[in-house]
Design a binder for this molecule. Structure first.
Ligand SMILES: Cc1cc2nc3c(=O)[nH]c(=O)nc-3n(C[C@H](O)[C@H](O)[C@H](O)COP(=O)(O)OP(=O)(O)OC[C@H]3O[C@@H](n4cnc5c(N)ncnc54)[C@H](O)[C@@H]3O)c2cc1C
Length: 385
């Protein structure tokens, strides 16, 4: 089916990005993979290409685009090439929407130009060792000082993508106790400078996949955060998270769909090249049926993503619809990538083949940004269940 979400400008961007990936990422990707992260300098190259500023208003150095479609193309093209841009994905996908929606004009002037140029890389810290799905249970505190000039931040976060390279982290912390009738009350968002005294980066976590993305533990001991760096209103952080999570979840859905699509392409190529019992693997009816079934699932996921992207751009994507897109696309990707790996035989299990990396990278899509079980809870609630 012909896709109608992208126009000529989007396709021109896709071409530029594809050439950039071929020139700047593919040749060095094995080195990044072995090092466990993309080098910091690479983020300056992404900035030069304009990737960080696409959705930033022009007055702050960006291109002023409102559409999510350029980001969707980044997912599609990185997956197509079997690579990733490391932890920098959260900089734009997760963090920018918060800065755009809740920063004051003064804060935007202070933060956004460096955001666009890559001089300040951002991460977001919600999850704690004791709580992930149940974010209202977070324990990190930010106590207002007696003179009212700063917050004193104490606590720990874990699984923070981009946490090693980050210059600023949007930290979710309790500025007030939960209320008996509202556990979500009392959470605030603070933009914390990672050079602050008392701020430390713990282990860079060793993950099953996403080897090129730096994921870290963070800890805060009496970190002073100026009140000028509170993002939005005090105690309203939980509702801000609720408003931004649909975009994050759609991003994961698009990424998963794109990985599944790439897996089918890799498996088709591989099975057409590989010979067993005197004929290509692709010539077996089982291979044809498997690839055909996978393609049908990918087509369905593509349709879901395209509709959801249009809905997000129109400001109409509901939390339940985003949850539904994430649940469906990540489960499709899980099935499709597994079947495509099977068609590679033993070579599919070797990390030098992109299908093996896709298999490991994709697994987390059903966990982060909210697990599949949490997505089902959100959808069920919207059904009145
Ligand atoms: C690679 C990676 C990168 C990440 N990046 C970030 C980041 O940048 N910033 C950040 O803040 N966090 C990040 N996370 C954290 C991620 O969002 C959490 O891991 C996720 O939300 C799940 O939380 P948890 O790990 O504490 O699991 P838990 O909440 O402990 O869940 C354990 C199990 O219980 C199930 N469960 C939980 N609640 C329910 C329920 N109500 N009903 C039924 N089952 C339930 C879950 O589905 C899961 O199967 C990242 C995680 C990973 C793995």
């Amino acid at each position: 089916m012909r896709r109608t979400v992208y126009n000529e400008d989007h396709e021109a961007f896709r071409e530029t990005l594809r050439a950039f990936i071929e020139a700047e990422v593919v040749p060095v990707y094995d080195e990044w993979y072995a090092a466990g992260q993309a080098p910091r300098d690479f983020y300056y190259k992404l900035a030069e290409l304009g990737i960080f500023g696409i959705e930033v208003p022009e007055e702050f150095g960006g291109a002023g685009e409102e559409s999510f479609k350029y980001e969707a193309i980044i997912y599609e093209e990185t997956a197509r090439a079997g690579v990733s841009f490391g932890g920098s994905g959260v900089h734009v996908l997760l963090c920018l929407p918060y800065l755009k929606a809740y920063a004051t004009e003064e804060q935007k002037k202070r933060w956004l130009p460096d955001f666009v140029s890559g001089r300040s890389m951002y991460a977001i810290a919600m999850t704690e060792p004791g709580t992930g799905s149940d974010l209202a249970g977070m324990k990190t505190t930010a106590k207002l000082s007696e003179d009212g000039t700063h917050y004193v931040l104490n606590g720990a976060k874990t699984f923070i993508t981009g946490g090693v390279h980050a210059d600023k982290v949007i930290v979710c912390a309790r500025t007030d106790a939960p209320r008996p009738d509202d556990r979500r009350h009392g959470i605030s968002l603070l933009v914390v400078d990672t050079k602050s005294e008392g701020y430390s980066v713990g282990r860079k976590l060793d993950k099953l996949g996403l080897k090129v993305s730096d994921t870290a533990e963070l800890s805060f001991v009496d970190v002073k955060v100026p009140v000028e760096d509170l993002l939005g209103e005090e105690n309203k952080g939980f509702s801000y998270l609720g408003q931004n999570l649909p975009q994050e979840r759609l991003g994961i859905a698009v990424g998963a769909y794109a990985q599944a699509s790439a897996a089918v392409r890799f498996a088709q190529q591989y099975t057409q090249d590989r010979t067993v019992f005197g004929k290509t693997v692709a010539s077996f009816q089982n291979t044809k049926f498997e690839l055909a079934a996978c393609k049908a699932e990918v087509d369905a996921a593509e349709a879901v993503c395209d509709r959801a992207i249009e809905a997000l751009d129109a400001g109409e994507l509901t939390p339940a619809e985003a949850a539904s897109a994430k649940l469906f696309c990540t489960e499709v990707a899980h099935r499709v990538i597994d079947r495509c790996l099977q068609l590679h035989g033993g070579y599919g299990y070797m990390n030098e083949y992109p299908i093996a990396r896709l298999y490991a990278d994709n697994r987390v899509n059903r966990i982060y940004g909210g697990t599949s079980e949490v997505m089902k809870s959100i959808i069920a609630k919207s059904m009145g269940l």
